[in-house]
Design a protein around this ligand. Structure first.
Ligand code: NDP
Ligand code: MG
Length: 383
């Protein structure tokens, strides 16, 4: 039986790579749903090439364009966020790849988990914003969350077959991004073109800026906490510029496992879609002789304050990570529009963490309101 796959965010960096994986393994997977936000042109092209049964364009103003282009193709066309949620909760697919970027990915992932579905999770913001509620849904509805983020896929691969309670700590590796080793006097002037040039990975704009500011690693600490049920003290970060070791687990007997490979998101995407099976492929292989030294160093959290702020938010808990995420989404968008400087992003996030009222045990509705309130506050700091 083939797995029926829904790709939420098929026009993005993860989404397009997932389409390559699905196409390369037509014996294992069939496409059921593709979704995009506003890139109607690419969604139409993908629908004609990969022939899913359904597509959703969440920007409703693009519905006619998509529907007209696909009339006669026997592909059902839907529009709007409600359709994303309705289809995520439907029986039409077996595994949903959550590859929408940001807070916008939360509602559809929740709808899928409420129906006990298997979700291959790329959208880390979902766990940052509402990790407690999402984890409760997974256990209540016997749903599954399989990580796609390369570090979390690495940890997941290291703990397969290990007993619960065997983990002493995890070590998330960080590439350090394009500004590794740089200091504030340099960072004060950097612009988006430079920040978008990641040394090891080609990704969507938002996560590339997050990688340059180390916010990505902070979000990943919180993501790991909820995915693997860890205490804050069990989560460490180390800078490993080559991105060959994707992360490590140390067990209670002191033994350590690391998962390694060339930086290529297709591997964790394929692993998550095919889990529990490993599937042969022709991806380029890692060779030790090409990497004579793998290096490790502590992260400079005095310069890259976003990582320190994220860690603080993780320890504080409650709605603090939701505030952190919302403020970060606003400042990254503003940085991409040249409206705030690189270092100013941390200032605004810090102000939001100080000013938004703390809620110790938020409901889902509290998270939604907190996201809206923080976005408005963060925007008010931007000229
Ligand atoms: P991209 O920006 O490349 O793609 C985002 C996707 O989400 C697009 O399909 C986009 O549609 C869609 N989208 C954007 N806004 C909305 C919205 N409001 N409602 C519905 N859909 C929306 O992002 P990436 O692929 O880089 O990242 C996706 C997620 O995966 C992020 O959470 C990221 O952190 C995570 N991730 C990504 C990695 C990577 O290598 N790229 C690695 C690890 C994790 P449209 O094209 O129409 O705008
Ligand atoms: Mg990652």
């Amino acid at each position: 039986m083939k797995k029926r796959v829904a790709i939420y965010g098929s026009t993005g960096s993860i989404g397009t790579q997932a389409l390559d994986v699905v196409e390369a393994h037509a014996d294992l997977f069939e496409l059921e749903i593709l979704t995009a936000h506003s890139n109607a042109g690419l969604l139409i092209q993908q629908a004609k090439k990969y022939r899913p049964n359904m597509v959703v364009i969440s920007d409703e103003s693009k519905y006619e364009q998509v529907n007209d282009a696909l009339s006669g193709d026997h592909i059902k066309v839907f529009a709007g966020e409600k359709s994303l949620i309705d289809l995520a909760g439907s029986d039409s697919y077996d595994i949903l790849l959550a590859a929408i970027v940001g807070f916008a990915g939360l509602s559809s992932t929740i709808a899928a988990l409420q129906q006990g579905k298997t979700v291959a999770l790329a959208n880390k913001e979902t766990l940052v914003v509402a990790g407690d509620i999402v984890s409760e849904l997974v256990s209540k509805h016997h749903a599954s969350l399989i990580p796609v983020d390369s570090e979390h896929s690495a940890i997941f691969q290291c703990i397969v077959g290990e007993a619960a309670g065997a983990v002493e700590k995890i070590v998330l590796t960080a590439s350090g991004g394009p500004f590794l080793g740089k200091k504030p006097n340099y960072l004060i002037n950097v612009k988006k073109d430079h920040a978008l040039q990641h040394p090891n990975w080609t990704m969507g704009a938002k996560i590339t800026i997050d990688s340059a500011s180390l916010m990505n690693k902070g979000l990943e600490m919180i993501e790991a906490k909820w995915l693997f049920g860890l205490q804050n003290e069990q989560i460490e970060v180390i800078v490993h510029a080559q991105s060959i070791i994707h992360s490590m687990v140390q067990f209670v007997d002191g033994s350590m496992k690391a998962q390694m490979g060339l930086p290529d998101m297709k591997l964790p995407i394929q692993y998550a879609l095919a889990f529990p099976h490993r599937v042969q492929n022709d991806f380029k292989r890692f060779e030790f002789k090409n990497f004579p030294s793998l290096t490790f160093e502590a992260a400079d959290t005095k310069t890259f304050r976003n990582l320190a702020l994220a860690k603080e938010a993780m320890y504080k808990g409650g709605n603090a990570p939701c505030v952190l995420n919302a403020a970060n989404e606003v400042v990254v968008d503003a940085f991409l529009k040249n409206k705030v400087g690189f270092l100013e992003m941390s200032d605004i996030i810090e102000s939001c963490l100080e000013k938004v009222a703390f809620i110790e045990k938020p409901t889902l509705n509290d998270y939604v309101l907190c996201n809206t309130e923080t976005r408005a506050l963060a925007s008010s700091f931007i000229k």
